[in-house]
Design a protein around this ligand. Structure first.
Ligand code: SF4
Length: 342
C-alpha cells in the first residue's frame, strides 16, 4: 500500500512534515525527482509559483512513473509559464474593500486566511494570488473582516479558505470560528482544506475536538485520485466525521491525473464507502499557469454521463464549472460544446 513505507518518531508530527517539505529545485534534484539537465529550466517556474511537497504526500508517488498522479499534482512543470489565461479570472482580488475577503455570491463570503499550504498544488486556482501577502487576511486584518461581515446581513455562510486554514495554529483557528459564529446572521462556516490529502497527521484528536466545538461546521476537501485515500487520510476524515463534522469532496478534473472513467469510479466509490460525500467534480479553472491540466468540456460531460451509468446516486458527484462572470457553479451539461476548451 502506498504511504506506508517510512515510519519513524517524527513522521506523524505535522510540524516535522512541514519542516522537511521540499521547497527548492535543489531539493528535487537531491531526491532524484528531476535530472540535472531539466532542473535549470524549473528554476523560473519555482520562482514564479512556489514549490512545497510534504514527505508524506511524496511517499504516495511512484517515482519511477513520470505520469504518476501524485507527481503530476505536485512537481513543477515548465508549461506553467505558458501564458494565455487570466491570473485572477474570478476577480477575487478587490471584490470587497478588505483584501482577502471575497464575495462573489450574495449569501456567501470567502476568507483567504493564509497563504500557506502543505503542498503547493500545481493546478491551484489561486496560484497567482497566494504568494502575495496583500491578498491574504492573516491575523492583522481579521478584525476588519468581522466588521465588514457585520455590515453584510445577507451573508449566511462563510468559507474559510486559503491557502489552507488548517495550517493555522489551532488557537488562531478557534478564535476565527468563535468570532464568525458570534455574528448573528452567519449560520454556517465551511473550511476548504487539502490537509486530509497532503498532511493528514495535522487532524489529530486535539484539532478535531477544537473544530467540533464550533459546529455547524462543514469541511470540504479535495481528493483527486484513489491513491490519495490512504489509511492516514481516511483516519483524519473519520476524526472529523465521528465528531459531527461532515466531510465532502470537491475533486478537480485534471488531464492525465483523473480524466478517465475507472479512476473516477474508484475514487467516488471509495469516498462513499468511507462516508465522505463525493460532492463535486470541478472543471479545472481557466487560471494562468494551469493550462496543461485542462480538459475539454466535452470530456467532462462524457465522463459525467458514463459515471452516472455505473454509480449509485449517493456516490455520484455533480460535474460543474466555475465560469468567470456567472453567479454560481454551472453544470457542465449546460455549457455549450462551442468554445469549451477552457
Ligand atoms: S491546498 Fe488548496 S489553496 Fe493550497 S495549493 Fe492546493 S488547491 Fe491551492
Amino acid at each position: 500500500m502506498r504511504g506506508r513505507k517510512k515510519r519513524h518518531g517524527s513522521w506523524c508530527d505535522w510540524r516535522w512534515q512541514l519542516q522537511h517539505a521540499i521547497r527548492s529545485v535543489e531539493a528535487l534534484e537531491a531526491e532524484a525527482l528531476v535530472e540535472r539537465a531539466s532542473a535549470e529550466a524549473l528554476v523560473p517556474v519555482v520562482n514564479r509559483y512556489p514549490l512545497c511537497i510534504t514527505p508524506y504526500y511524496l511517499e504516495l508517488a511512484n517515482r519511477a512513473d513520470p505520469a504518476d498522479p501524485v507527481l503530476l499534482q505536485c512537481l513543477p512543470d515548465r508549461r506553467e509559464l505558458d501564458g494565455g489565461q487570466a491570473a485572477d479570472p474570478f476577480a477575487e482580488e478587490g471584490s470587497t474593500d478588505v483584501p482577502g475577503l471575497v464575495q462573489r455570491y450574495p449569501d456567501r463570503a470567502l476568507v483567504m486566511t493564509t497563504s500557506a499550504c502543505a503542498v503547493a498544488c500545481r493546478h491551484c486556482t489561486r496560484k497567482n494570488l497566494l504568494g502575495d501577502q496583500r491578498h491574504v487576511v492573516g491575523s492583522r486584518r481579521w478584525a476588519a473582516v468581522c466588521e465588514e461581515l457585520q455590515k453584510r446581513p445577507a451573508v449566511r455562510e462563510v468559507i474559510l479558505s486559503g491557502g489552507d486554514p488548517l495550517l493555522l495554529e489551532t488557537e488562531a483557528l478557534e478564535h476565527m470560528l468563535h468570532d464568525l459564529h458570534a455574528i448573528s446572521h452567519v449560520e454556517v462556516v465551511r473550511i476548504g482544506t487539502r490537509v486530509p490529502v497532503v498532511l493528514p497527521m495535522r487532524i489529530d484528536d486535539a484539532l478535531a475536538d477544537a473544530l467540533a466545538r464550533h459546529r455547524p461546521l462543514w469541511v470540504n476537501t479535495q481528493f483527486n485520485h484513489p491513491v490519495e485515500l490512504t489509511a492516514d487520510a481516511l483516519a483524519a476524515c473519520e476524526r472529523l466525521i465521528s465528531r459531527g463534522i461532515p466531510v465532502s469532496n470537491q475533486a478537480v478534473l485534471l488531464r492525465g491525473v483523473n480524466d478517465n472513467l475507472d479512476t473516477l469510479r474508484e475514487l467516488c466509490n471509495s469516498l462513499q464507502r468511507n462516508m465522505i460525500r463525493p460532492y463535486y467534480v470541478f472543471q479545472c479553472d481557466p487560471v494562468q499557469g494551469t493550462g496543461h491540466f485542462h480538459t475539454e468540456i466535452g470530456k467532462g460531460i462524457e465522463l459525467s454521463h458514463e459515471l452516472s451509468c455505473s454509480l449509485g446516486g449517493l456516490a455520484m458527484p455533480r460535474f460543474v464549472a466555475d465560469v468567470p462572470g456567472s453567479d454560481g457553479k454551472t453544470p457542465l451539461g449546460e455549457l455549450t460544446m462551442e468554445g469549451s476548451s477552457s
